[in-house]
Design a protein around this ligand. Structure first.
Ligand SMILES: O=C([O-])CC(=O)C(=O)O
Ligand SMILES: [Mg+2]
Length: 571
């Protein structure tokens, strides 16, 4: 991959000034350097005796941590090991991840973070982020006021109700904002001090958690309706008054809340929903990669969805915009989409449809020529056969829903079926990529939500695109922060998608993976940030005066995990 101008010009190391010394300094995860404190710093900060005598370097600490990591025996142990390191020494934590993104991402993030949320109560030990629980609803301002949060510029917030495809995890959902913000820093160089993970604890409807004697959340059924809305409103308004320019990312809210809250707040502050917009951008980039690989123009792609909640709708809306850019009218573009949800193909007149789902409903008359096994409930298999889908997207959390029969049927009608089982974690994937390759004789173009190992096809290792919003949200956040954007527009999301699509290896080789390797995620983050910031400037949504100032801010901002010298501030 070409390195970008932003990558070449990482900022010069700065000196850190601190009042802390002794234990307090070593217990501060943002400042602790462990054995890498120099002899002089040990004098200045009263560290002799608290540290073993060895004068270390980041490099030998990395070697030691890597060894210790490799001695862990399960993914869950590895997750806890990394969480513990993050809470002890952030520089070392991020240095370790950035040295080998492919190795550490599946631990600190999807899929292992899913188990981290399910078993959060077993492991919670140290403060990180803020739990804002319903009984504390009148104390939100007070909780945010702590001087420790003065430098906060971005928040990832969840209410824990739809954690990946694992459903309601209550307060354990905190693992997700923590994991997402770890990627802000690891993949886009956002300063850890600028990040605040937040969990809104409004209770849980997960009976297992409620009955679990060690559950650490608020032991109550979920607060809903008016009370829920008022609580979220109290949170958002407290956040706005504490940090007027904050970036607020919504994560893993359940279906209708996700889109409702986004609509309510997107014109009030700088905010986006990662499951709707981040997932839409990465899916669109992957489809654009498939367009390049197949040579079938966007406007001729026939796209089916299994699962049509907030994520499915978000993806469809962005792909629809891409279809319209390729020359179709709104009506023509809608015809290219087939949305299958719980009750089969979404049809006009179906009860309980949300307006944004109804826009994609088919008329019964559209299906006149179709042969159907059950006209009352049109199955995915019927859709694949009759509509001759070229792209199939799964956001259903139904493991194995892309069956051999469905996939073989799809492969009859198109040379290179593009199949994207996007549900997370791995246990919820609609299909395993090795099976998809087998059932299509190696013709499928594949994108998965969770990481999967490469498959051996005709003696060659084939890599699968990880169509995860981790390619988007870190760079999106960096672009927003450094362009000082006031709002997040649909065009900024589209700019992110196109920046990623431009990096698709299919640009050079039609047989290659649809997305760049995970190992390149940090360069991708910077490219996405550049595109997003430029779009914000072009739309007049940015707080910097022009593109040049934005580029300078981007270059100067990016944080790198290296140790810098410390200077003691007077008391
Ligand atoms: O966290 C991930 O891996 C992607 C995502 O947003 C989700 O599945 O909710
Ligand atoms: Mg999510």
């Amino acid at each position: 991959m070409n390195s970008s101008s932003a990558v070449e010009n990482f900022p010069k190391a700065a000196v850190v000034e601190t009042r802390l010394s002794g234990y307090d300094l070593l217990l501060h995860p943002g400042l602790n350097k462990g054995t890498a404190f120099t002899e002089e710093e040990r004098d200045t900060f009263a560290l002799h005796g608290l540290l073993p005598p060895h004068l270390g370097t980041l490099e030998d600490q990395l070697e030691r941590r890597m060894k210790a990591f490799d001695n862990q025996t399960s993914s869950f142990e590895r997750y806890n090991f990394m969480r513990d390191l993050q809470d002890s020494n952030e520089t070392l934590f991020y240095a370790l991840i950035t040295r080998n993104v492919e190795k550490f991402l599946p631990i600190v993030y999807t899929p292992t973070v899913g188990e981290g949320c399910q078993r959060f109560s077993e492991t919670w030990l140290k403060p990180r982020g803020l739990f804002i629980s319903y009984p504390n609803k009148n104390r939100i301002n007070q909780m945010l006021a702590d001087a420790r949060y003065d430098k906060v510029r971005c928040i990832v917030v969840s209410d824990g109700e739809r954690i990946l495809g694992l459903g309601d995890q209550g307060a354990g959902g905190m693992g997700i904002p923590i994991g997402k913000m770890a990627l802000y820093t690891a993949l886009a160089g956002v300063h850890p001090e600028h990040c605040l993970p937040v969990l809104l604890d409004v209770g849980t409807d997960n009976e297992e958690r409620l009955k679990d004697p060690i559950y650490i959340g608020w032991r109550n059924k979920r607060v809903r309706g008016r009370e829920y809305d008022d609580f979220v409103e109290a949170f958002v308004s407290a956040v706005k008054s504490r940090w007027p320019h904050i970036l607020l990312q919504w994560e893993d809210f359940a279906g209708s809340n996700a889109s409702r809250l986004l609509e309510r707040y997107r014109d009030q502050l700088c905010t986006f929903n990662d499951d709707i917009q981040g997932t839409a951008a990465v899916a669109t980039a992957t489809v654009l990669g498939a367009v390049t690989a197949t040579g079938i123009p966007m406007k001729e792609q026939r796209i089916g969805f299994l699962g049509f909640g907030s994520a499915g709708i978000g993806i469809a809306n962005l792909l629809l915009a891409a279809m319209k850019e390729s020359g179709l009218s709104d009506e023509e573009a809608h015809k290219q989409f087939y949305a299958v949800d719980r009750y089969g193909l979404i049809l006009e007149g179906q009860t309980g449809l949300r307006p944004d789902q109804a826009r994609y409903a088919k008329k019964k008359s559209d299906l006149k020529e179709w042969t159907l096994s059950n006209p009352e409930q049109v199955s995915l298999e019927d859709v694949v056969r009759n509509a001759k889908l070229t792209v199939l997207i799964g956001v259903s959390s139904q493991a194995g829903a892309f069956t051999e029969k469905i996939v073989r049927e799809m492969a009859k009608h198109t040379d290179r079926p593009a199949i994207f089982p996007l549900s997370n974690p791995t246990s919820k994937s609609e299909a395993a990529p090795a099976d998809l390759m087998k059932w299509t004789n190696g013709r499928a173009l594949i994108g998965t939500g969770s990481p999967f190992p490469p498959a051996m096809i005709d003696g060659k290792a084939v890599e699968f695109a990880q169509t995860n919003n981790s390619y988007i949200f870190p760079g999106l956040a960096l672009g927003i922060l450094t362009s000082r954007a006031k709002r997040v527009s649909d065009s900024m999301i589209m700019a992110a998608a196109k920046a990623l699509a431009a990096l698709s290896p299919t640009q050079k080789n039609k047989e290659a993976s649809l997305l760049p390797p995970i190992a390149d995620s940090r360069q991708v983050g910077l490219k996405v940030a550049e595109a997003v910031g430029k779009q914000a400037v072009a739309e007049g949504l940015s707080g910097v005066s022009n593109e040049k100032s934005f580029e300078r801010e981007l270059r100067e901002y990016v944080w790198e995990p290296v140790y810098v010298p410390y200077v003691r501030l007077g008391d």
